[in-house]
Design a protein around this ligand. Structure first.
Ligand SMILES: [Zn+2]
Length: 260
């Protein structure tokens, strides 16, 4: 049974969950926090279930996909179509707050201006720590989108700097190889961590030629081809930038699993 809280005059006397409207304990620090039942329903943009936790005993914030356990590098989530922001709570645990609010103007909810979520993104989102490496020996541990774009576009076709790899902290990566007749693009994600298993995929363009063609390089090296897997520089660049931003596998390609 719930014990009624004593009302303090400094606090808002009522506060409601911005998603379902249920009364919650007033909290001036988190005026738009979600009730427990709503917070459990958080998903990503595509409706994939998310779970949140602290990274260690001192706090920190971590979002993971509930199905695969894979880290999602974002504080943004959705509950019943309402954009929310998940973060570590001041005194431990996790708090979800609505950024936009179906019940705007009711339930003492704050106007959107009080919670400028674009500012919050810039200032509070940690840049994912990724490593960009090239065959030629270049390495950068915090590459910017501009640097990734430059490195990809400067790869040669077999003079000692024809491939590069962008790897996340949890060992997902995308890598590409530049040849005389196109680009190969591969993606790796961890499978079973206990046996250090990974799944490898090759990207195939949805519009490319159906013939199997080898990727030819100027050093006479060839890479075996699958149908439609010769990409162009723009496609590779976009994939690297998507991966840098979200660690997501871009949807614009067919991904075929490779046996390695
Ligand atoms: Zn609720």
């Amino acid at each position: 049974m719930k014990t009624p809280r004593r009302k303090s005059p400094a606090r808002a006397s009522t506060q409601k969950c911005p998603v379902c409207g249920q009364t919650v304990n007033p909290n001036p620090r988190y005026p738009r926090y979600l009730c427990r039942a709503c917070a459990k329903q958080a998903t990503d943009e595509a409706g994939r279930k998310l779970e949140f936790g602290n990274t260690d005993i001192g706090g920190g914030f971590e979002a993971r996909y509930a199905d695969a356990g894979k880290i999602r590098r974002s504080h943004v989530c959705f509950v019943k179509g309402i954009r929310c922001w998940a973060d570590e709570a001041r005194f431990g645990g996790i708090v979800l707050e609505a950024v936009e609010d179906r019940f705007m103007g009711k339930f003492n909810s704050l106007p959107l201006a009080r919670l400028d979520w674009r500012k919050m993104t810039n200032h509070r989102m940690k840049r994912p720590s990724m490593t960009l490496t090239t065959e030629g020996g270049f390495r950068d541990n915090r590459p910017t989108p501009g640097l990734v774009r430059r490195v990809v576009n400067k790869l040669d076709t077999g003079q000692g700097n024809s491939f590069c790899c962008l790897e996340s902290a949890d060992h997902n990566y995308v890598q590409t190889m530049h040849g005389l007749n196109g680009w190969h693009l591969e993606w790796r994600e961890p499978g079973r961590p206990d046996i250090r298993q990974y799944r490898h995929y090759r990207a195939a363009s949805l519009v490319g030629s159906n013939r199997r063609r080898l990727l030819r390089k100027s050093d006479k090296f060839v890479s075996c081809g699958l149908e439609c897997d010769l990409l162009n520089a723009k496609e590779v660049e976009q994939c690297f930038l998507t991966f840098l931003r979200s660690e997501e596998r871009p949807k614009d390609f067919k991904w075929r699993q490779l046996k390695i």
